[in-house]
Design a protein around this ligand. Structure first.
Ligand SMILES: Cc1ncc(COP(=O)(O)O)c(C=O)c1O
Length: 399
């Protein structure tokens, strides 16, 4: 490790409250699908800041939009109108059947807003004492108190009791467990179509069919957390579109403004009745700078057919990885995912493989002990994916 890295890491350790297990890498700048460290070494970014920089780093049109808008108007607060707000909302709503959007600052905050909306809709519109939110084991919904309670992973909740009431977690992809958990008190069932943080696990068609049946029977709302899966990542604009369902509420965040902090709660017109002036709010959410950048992100995604590109590149990379699995079934257990959201479950310990990939200039994420999670920018070139598969193959052959 270089002197420059060690000095920076020491300053970081001395001054920043440590809640992250950081990688031994300090980034100085980036361009497209490449990142460069303090010593000028180049890396292929297969993480995209955890599914955020879908358009890559320093995208020239995003840089230009950011600079132009910053020079005109950055913040107004939500007491004032600005044209950038509805311009973005209209573009977002044109990608789906939702009727309204609320702008938040992050994924957790968007999910918190979705939970609040479901509860308030049940109380004020349906006049029902239905407040429970049912979620799935292995899910990840954020780090606020409500969203970490909704999250189906005990380690995320450790030390934070007492947790808010009214959350129930059921086993993943288990229709019977869901049927047993849903009652008249259920305000909403909240799911990710593909769970990311636990190692890239898609919901089964069978589970989604059972969920839809229960939704019709009990009248709860369906919330889909599309914070990681949304905006072209899985090969469709929204991951729920793979399953042909129409959630009442769904959330977006990570790639929405390609790295500026922004979230969104999208809702059908009926669910939108649950919020009224004064019932929810945020100072920064939906400011003109964020909206202008996000609108440009959506324009580029559509113009450059990035959903289709994610689907095609996902198939290509999935195929290369599947070949590795067939060559080395003792090293690779399973390839899972949708589009450019791919999990490689190893049959050998993941840490040495992940470390060797980083040494060879490939940034990927290791979730748990054995799953390499791949979330490359949607603009990545096919040959970079090939270089990655070659490197992974070479490392696994020696593992
Ligand atoms: C599915 C999902 N929901 C919610 C969140 C929380 O988003 P944020 O970190 O922006 O609060 C994440 C972040 O990883 C996520 O992957």
């Amino acid at each position: 490790m270089s002197k420059a890295f060690e000095t920076l890491a020491a300053r970081d350790a001395a001054s920043i409250c440590h809640t992250y297990a950081r990688y031994p890498l300090a980034v100085a700048h980036g361009r497209g699908s490449r990142l460069y460290d303090l010593d000028g070494n180049e890396y292929i970014d297969l993480l995209s800041g955890i599914a955020v920089t879908s358009l890559g780093h320093a995208h020239p049109e995003i840089v230009e939009t950011m600079a132009e808008q910053a020079a005109r108007l950055t913040h107004t607060c939500n007491l004032l109108y600005h044209a950038e707000g509805p311009a973005l909302a209209e573009k977002l709503l044109a990608t789906c059947y939702a009727g309204k959007v609320f702008f938040a600052n992050s994924g957790a905050e968007a999910n918190e807003g979705a939970i609040k909306l479901a509860r308030r809709y049940m109380r004020t519109i349906k006049e029902r004492e239905a407040y429970e939110i049912v979620t799935l084991q292995g899910s990840f919904h954020g780090r606020t108190l409500a969203t970490l309670t909704a999250t189906g992973q005990d380690k995320i909740k450790d030390g934070f009791a007492p947790l808010p009431e009214g959350f129930v977690t059921v086993p993943f992809n288990d229709p019977d467990a869901l049927a047993a958990a849903v009652t008249d008190r259920t305000a909403a069932v909240m799911v990710e179509m593909v769970q990311g943080e636990i190692g890239v696990r898609p919901l089964s068609e069978e589970f989604v069919a059972a969920l839809e049946e229960l939704r019709r029977k009990h009248g709860f709302l369906l919330i889909v957390d599309e914070v990681q899966t949304g905006l072209c990542r899985t090969g469709k604009f929204w991951a729920h579109q793979h399953y042909g369902i129409t959630p009442d509420i769904f959330t977006a965040a990570k790639p929405l403004a390609n790295g500026l902090p922004m979230g969104a709660v999208l809702m059908c017109e009926e669910a939108a009745r649950g919020f009224a002036p004064g019932s929810h709010g945020t100072t920064f959410g939906g400011g003109p700078l964020l909206c202008a950048v996000a609108a440009k992100v959506l324009d580029i995604m559509q113009r450059d057919h990035l959903a289709q590109r994610a689907a095609e590149l996902g198939l290509y990379l999935g195929g290369l990885l599947e070949e590795l699995r067939q060559d080395m079934p003792d090293k690779v257990a399973e390839i899972r995912g949708l589009g450019l959201m791919i999990g490689v479950e190893l049959a050998v310990p993941g840490k040495p493989v992940w470390e060797e990939l980083l040494k060879r200039g490939f940034i990927v994420n290791l979730v748990g002990e054995r799953v390499l999670r791949l979330l490359p920018p949607l603009i990545i070139e096919q040959q970079d994916l090939e270089l990655f598969a070659l490197a992974l193959g070479a490392i696994l052959r020696k593992a």
